[in-house]
Design a protein around this ligand. Sequence first.
Ligand code: SF4
Ligand code: SF4
Ligand code: SF4
Length: 267
Amino acid sequence: MSEKIKLYDASKCTACRGCQLACKQWNALKAGQTEHKGTYQNPPTLQPNTYMIIHFQDYVAPEGDVRWLFRKEACMHCTKAACVTVCPSGALYYNKEFKTVGMDREKCIGCKECVSACPFEVPRYDKETEKVYKCDMCETRITNNMNPACVKACPTGALKWLDKDEALKIAEGRVQQLGGDANVYGDKFVGGTHLMYVLKEKMDVYDGIKKDPKVPQSIFVWKNLLKPLSLLAAGGVIGAELIHYMIRGPHKPHPEHYEEAKKQGGA
Ligand code: SF4
Ligand code: SF4
Ligand code: SF4
């Protein structure tokens, strides 16, 4: 077994959302009531019960024609994962074989430190269960020699689960083949990510993509000084909230996600 990458080639994606559905099915995630908002993108953001979405975007190219841009959004499985650094309970961890970021939800104490720390704004907190949710790269599948469910479902070959060296080679080859502004996204941030994209257009034109994802400096304080303290809070959410308050203040991380998810029936 070796380090692996899930390679998403946006130029081959037809936005059929088979991957989104397969993710729901494998992880037994409930659907929520949604509203039509003039886009096929649905739900509009990640939710506690939606670990990945396909973004839909109309893009007016410099040549004047209108193009569809599609993009898969999910946990990027960072090599230097801020969420693992801050997690006080061991709920988030590196998979030893594949270097992806797994999750043991039983251990989650709902402190939301991973929500604040993630440079890609991925983890979602569920008020009802008081736990956090994100893609774990189908850990039970990949450790049993299966592809992640989204990869298995993809009918066009846009998603592949590959050894890292092969993935990098294929991605660079595809960029050469596409020419123009095509580029690889993910290999240059946070020590490299284990979900990587081949983008046909310049990164800058993709709505919502993180152009310079950075890990907040405060997490190093957390790691060295305050993380041991938070273990004292592991006995209850009130303690976890207190620790969060001491470090971050009274705000809720990314409140718009809660509101949007609530409107869409997913929170
Ligand atoms: S994208 Fe966020 S949640 Fe996923 S591994 Fe990186 S820091 Fe953790
Ligand atoms: S909410 Fe806290 S305990 Fe749960 S996964 Fe995130 S950092 Fe770890
Ligand atoms: S299943 Fe493949 S083609 Fe369909 S939306 Fe997902 S990545 Fe794109």
